[in-house]
Write a protein that binds this ligand. Structure first.
Ligand SMILES: NC(=O)c1ccc[n+]([C@@H]2O[C@H](COP(=O)([O-])OP(=O)(O)OC[C@H]3O[C@@H](n4cnc5c(N)ncnc54)[C@H](OP(=O)(O)O)[C@@H]3O)[C@@H](O)[C@H]2O)c1
Length: 139
């Protein structure tokens, strides 16, 4: 889905999951880190500091649970408004927001449905403007 993946995975690189910045720094002293998988989505950005560290170090950040359950009313409303304006689905806007968030972001949404797979791939072509991005980030 991502066109500018910073570094390809290699056999001798490590890809830790659900790590803190301190753990990541420690791991980097021991072995090359090619990617990190932490939970991250529009409504759960607790790993923002890990994402920022990955950006500084050029490490691919794979957000798990990228298609977030919209549990907060504000987020759901903003998502629906932006999706309607762009003639897209809320899931596509969620994925587009992640791709807009960082050049090291590599969402790999899980699905058991071909229709959802096609919808999710098409989200890579969706362009959010700054206002859309900020509205969603603030929701
Ligand atoms: N490192 C870790 O600890 C960890 C933990 C969990 C997951 N992961 C990885 O993270 C990736 C994604 O995780 P995930 O599958 O748990 O979460 P996810 O991709 O955020 O969500 C998957 C759910 O979203 C639904 N979905 C997907 N596309 C949709 C669409 N266009 N419209 C509506 N619903 C849609 C799927 O239902 P349908 O099947 O009906 O489409 C499925 O129920 C996977 O590669 C997984 O291996 C890593």
């Amino acid at each position: 889905m991502r066109q500018h993946c910073p570094r390809p995975a290699t056999g001798d690189a490590t890809e830790p999951s659900q790590v803190t910045v301190d753990q990541l720094r420690e791991a980097e002293q021991i072995t090359p880190i090619v990617s990190v998988q932490n939970r991250y989505n529009l409504t759960d950005r607790a790993s923002e500091d890990v994402l920022e560290h990955c950006e500084q170090r050029g490490i691919t950040f794979i957000p798990w649970l990228p298609v977030a359950p919209m549990t907060r009313g504000g987020a759901a409303d903003s998502l629906t408004a932006v999706a309607n304006r762009l003639h897209a689905t809320p899931t596509q806007v969620t994925l587009a927001w992640l791709l807009h968030r960082s050049p090291v972001m590599l969402p790999i949404p899980g699905t058991s449905s071909q229709a959802h797979l096609e919808e999710n791939v098409a989200a890579a072509s969706l362009r959010l403007d700054v206002d859309d991005y900020e509205q969603l980030a603030a929701a």
